[in-house]
Ligand binder design. Structure first.
Ligand code: NAD
Length: 365
């Protein structure tokens, strides 16, 4: 019908010219152009909608299943594949999540698989959560040997079936497992990074919002360093509705919040007997969202440093820009001497655990 109208356009214009004023013709042309642009926009939108996104989450335990649920709920992918080594576990979790679709009104198709990576083929993003969680009294580093073996074999399978995927590591000890996945995947480090900073920052913001009795939405903050007791919260870069946090809270209260944040993971382990999953799962899903929607969001992410902050060949939490290409930029803050010392101390302790992995010879360098 639109084409028919276009064919007839000269005749219609002639008719309008003889009968109507020039102003009327101009208005008619403007509305014709409006329609034209409307059709172009509709075509672009429908092409975008048909670009299929596939996300795999390995490990259908607490964190993995929560992450897959958030991804599906937010419709971040057309297909969400959940994989676990435990027989029928991922299938059961996926079926349960999929059955929330008619209630929560989404279309993302969630499927489970027992260690069959052919189902994950062609994934755009893969989140690796497989591994043992911490038990009370256990440090993240105690997990290294077991989880390195798991992360290595999972990464090999992932990269074999999805060579172009962006890989997000969640398994602990986070910084070192991310390094392990990077050595195994042998792809650009911009496509292999870890989730910890968003979770640690969320804990810090939640404690601050509670203390200030304000909305967590208004708090902006950044944490750096390793995922553990040596993490580096930066009060100088914390604002509440644009106001420096130091103007709103007493020094000792802020120091107590920083201490609580550093031990935030352990606090949950002591309460639950295992590590957290709602916030970690949602944090990993937020990274997936930034990538599949090319949001260019600035998040603290565990990234491989190559001279940034004076550090080299180390995976450490730093602010980055996340978009469709993975890490699109590592942002270098101008740290003062105290902050730089804290970051260097954190890097030193992460490097020690990285050396433990190197000495185990689990993955070739
Ligand atoms: P979980 O025990 O509930 O789930 C882990 C799942 O991994 C299990 O279902 C297990 O069967 C599966 N698994 C083990 N080996 C596998 C393999 N080879 N292939 C596929 N699946 C395998 O544990 P969780 O609470 O979900 O925690 C998962 C990991 O995430 C742990 O290492 C935990 O320490 C870590 N974690 C990290 C953060 C973070 O901030 N980075 C936060 C919380 C938890």
């Amino acid at each position: 019908m639109f084409l028919e109208l276009l064919n007839k356009t000269p005749a219609i214009v002639q008719w309008l010219h003889t009968r109507c004023s020039g102003v009327f013709i101009k208005i008619w042309f403007i509305s014709l152009f409006d329609w034209f642009f409307f059709f172009i926009l509709a075509a672009i939108t429908s092409i975008k909608k048909t670009q299929k996104m596939k996300v795999t989450v390995v490990g259908a335990g607490n964190v993995g299943a929560t992450c897959a649920d958030v991804i599906a709920h937010k419709e971040l992918a057309n297909e969400v594949i959940l994989v676990d080594i435990k027989e029928n576990f991922a299938e059961g979790k996926a079926l349960d999540i999929w059955q929330t679709a008619p209630i929560n009104m989404y279309d993302s198709r969630v499927k489970g698989s027992t260690n069959d990576y052919s189902m994950t083929a062609g994934s755009d993003v893969v989140v690796i959560t497989s591994g043992l969680p911490r038990k009370p009294g256990m440090s993240r580093d105690d997990l290294i040997a077991t989880n390195a073996g798991i992360v290595k074999s999972v990464t090999e399978n992932v990269i074999k079936h999805s060579p172009n995927a962006i890989i997000i590591i969640v398994s602990n000890p986070l910084d070192v497992m991310t390094y392990c996945a990077y050595l195994t995947a042998k792809i650009d480090s911009k496509r292999v990074f870890g989730m910890a900073g968003i979770l640690d920052t969320a804990r810090y913001k939640a404690f601050l919002a509670e203390a200030l009795n304000c909305s967590p939405k208004d708090i902006q903050a950044v944490l750096m360093g390793g995922h553990g007791d040596t993490m580096v919260p930066l009060p100088r870069y914390t604002t509440v509705g644009g106001i420096p946090v130091t103007e709103l809270i007493a020094k000792d209260k802020l120091a107590a919040i920083i201490e609580r944040t550093k031990k935030g993971g352990g606090e949950i382990v002591n309460l639950l007997g295992t590590s957290a999953w709602y916030a970690p799962g949602a944090a990993a899903a937020q990274m997936v969202e930034a990538i599949v929607r090319d949001q260019k969001r600035i998040f603290p992410v565990c990234a491989l440093l190559n001279g940034e902050y004076g550090l080299k060949d180390i995976y450490l939490g730093v602010p980055v820009k996340l978009g469709k290409n993975g890490i699109e930029e590592i942002i270098e803050l101008k740290l003062n001497a105290d902050e730089k010392k804290l970051l260097d101390d954190s890097a030193k302790s992460v490097k020690e655990v990285m050396n433990v992995l190197d000495n185990m010879n689990t993955v070739a360098k």
